[in-house]
Design a protein around this ligand. Structure first.
Ligand code: PMP
Length: 354
């Protein structure tokens, strides 16, 4: 009897639903935590010129050293402790691929970014979810408890957390790092929107891995560049699982140009954070809307009927993220911070729908 091909796919993979994002056609798109500001035209022209001058017939470098060095300078960490890949998503996958043996416990606060649990399962890890507090912040005593009870192999903290916007402070993170020998991955995809970063803890904690991306603060989700920071000894092993030549000539040129002009993005960050405060204050004033304080470029808010409000907003031309399917978030929606005009459109639409 032949084994059906589907049975050659691991049961862990067949058991998970995969990552899906339903497409909607809406004029105001605030569902993916993207930047409302595109890469400035002056930089796009420079990038396209550089790409045009490169030979496309040749492989790029297995690891683009000039980009690694520029990113290392940008964050103040050693280039030997840095890996650049096609987005932070790829880095989550890479770290779990090289570190996860079947059945190892992987502690992940819940809810958090859905790809952590998905990849942890695909690589045959055992996901140990730790519920957030009722106010949607991290439950640190419960995280400590789970790490020790399960003898965690890996811990994944998203800070600021997608989709709730809470952070883990450095003193809290350090207390955690001191008491565990698990790999602790801190995903700082939204780090630039907060005043907090785990980077300062890297020299003292060889089990810490920090992930960052150009997708959010640099407004460059389309170029697919993320980077990892950790102790060089750890990086030397993790990098073995990286696909060589994955940074194509376009992404390489674009990322290098953006990093060398990081000054241009500071003003935008300030503008997005100011809008976050304005939107939060406005949400608080709407009856039966309960926004959650956020350190990221999005705000989670609760309403009485998330599905009805989500659909009502779409009818008004505004797309947000419906979180009703997430554990503990049955009344929640998440809105990305857009331009002041987009945010106004969203707030007016929400007042109308509510
Ligand atoms: N980490 C988190 C927490 C995210 O929310 C996202 C994007 N939604 C990513 C990583 C993806 O980053 P990238 O675009 O660099 O793959």
């Amino acid at each position: 009897m032949k084994t059906p091909p589907l049975q050659r796919i691991k049961p862990e993979v067949r058991a998970v639903p995969g990552y899906h994002l339903k497409a909607y056609d809406c004029p105001v798109k605030l569902n993916q935590n993207e930047s409302p500001f595109d890469v400035p035209d002056i930089l796009k022209v420079e990038i396209l010129k550089t790409v045009g001058e490169r030979p496309w017939s040749r492989y790029p470098q297995p690891m683009p050293t000039d980009l690694v060095e520029a990113l290392a300078r940008h964050v103040g960490w050693a280039p030997e402790g840095l890996i650049v890949c096609n987005g932070a998503n790829t880095l989550v996958q890479l770290v779990l691929a090289v570190s996860t043996s079947p059945g190892v416990p992987i502690v992940i606060p819940s809810p958090s970014f859905s790809l952590y649990g998905l990849y942890a399962s695909i690589f045959s890890g055992r996901v140990v979810p730790v519920d957030l507090m009722p106010d949607h912040t991290f439950n640190l005593p419960a995280i400590h408890e789970a790490i020790h009870r399960e003898r965690a192999h890996t811990v994944i903290l998203c800070s600021p957390n997608n989709p709730t916007g809470c952070i883990v402070s450095n003193p809290d993170l350090e207390a955690l790092l001191k008491h565990t020998d698990a790999l602790v991955i801190v995903d700082e995809a939204y780090g630039e929107f907060s005043n907090s970063t785990a980077l300062d803890l890297l020299p003292r904690h060889p089990n810490l891995i920090v992930l960052k991306t150009l997708s959010k603060a640099f407004g460059a989700a389309g170029i697919r560049i993320g980077y990892l920071l950790a102790h060089p000894n750890l990086v030397r092993e993790i990098i073995k699982g990286k696909i060589p030549f994955d940074i194509n000539v376009f992404s390489h040129a674009a990322a290098l140009t953006l990093i060398n002009r990081s000054d241009l993005f500071r003003e935008r960050l300030t503008a997005i954070c100011a809008e976050r405060k304005r939107v939060f204050d406005a949400l608080r004033k709407i009856d039966r809307v309960r926004p959650c304080a956020s350190h990221a470029n999005f705000i989670l808010f609760e309403v009485d009927n998330a599905d009805a409000v989500f659909n009502g907003l779409i009818e008004q031309g505004v797309l947000v993220r419906n979180l009703a399917g997430y554990p503990g978030l049955s009344k929640a929606l998440r809105v990305s911070i857009g331009t002041p005009q987009e945010n106004e459109w969203f707030l007016n639409a929400l007042r109308e729908v509510i």
